[in-house]
Design a protein around this ligand. Structure first.
Ligand code: HEC
Length: 141
């Protein structure tokens, strides 16, 4: 049943997300990517940034151990927008579902544009509060 619901959501979200993706790839897109990067920095990076001890990065490192799929979400090129949307709206394991009052549909379209853009268009990883915290912790020990 859960799978069925997830599939239905996938199809429903797919239509809007694909449209958003095309805008990012065919238009100038830079502004949308920057906006998506800000959404990512605020809502996703605290768990998914390129720091091995973060909940999302650690889980995905285990999940994809032995494959060439990177653990950090920002380095992934295999996630289509509809799949990202399903995870964002439904959550998984420790990842909470995000409501539209937190991440609006427009924010989600920007986030998807960023996370599905060619790697060279994404620029550097977002600067991270979480990363700084890890460094401080390591430095303080
Ligand atoms: C509280 C921590 C946390 C936050 C915040 C979070 N996630 Fe996650 N996310 C996780 C964890 C943990 C998993 C892995 C669960 C598992 O083991 O399958 C995950 C899994 C995912 C996956 C599945 C990837 C795969 O290959 O299985 C996607 C996509 C994802 N998150 C996207 C996002 C996005 C986009 C955001 C920001 C809107 C976000 N997450 C915010 C913790 C988080």
């Amino acid at each position: 049943m859960r799978l069925l619901l997830a599939s239905a959501a996938l199809v429903a979200l797919g239509c809007g997300a694909v449209a958003a993706q095309q805008v990012a790839r065919t238009g100038p897109g830079a502004e949308e990517l920057q906006a998506g990067k800000r959404v990512y920095a605020h809502w996703c990076a605290p768990c998914h940034a390129d720091v091995p001890s973060l909940a999302g990065t650690m889980s995905l490192a285990v999940k994809y151990e032995g494959s060439d799929i990177p653990a950090a979400l920002e380095d992934r090129t295999d996630l289509p927008a509809p799949v990202i949307s399903v995870f964002v709206r439904n959550g998984v394991a420790w990842m909470p579902p995000f409501r539209k009052t937190e991440i609006s549909d427009a924010d989600l379209a920007q986030l998807n544009a960023y996370l599905t853009a060619p790697l060279e268009d994404r620029g550097a990883h977002v600067p991270l509060l979480a990363e700084e915290m890890v460094r401080m912790q390591e430095g303080g020990e």
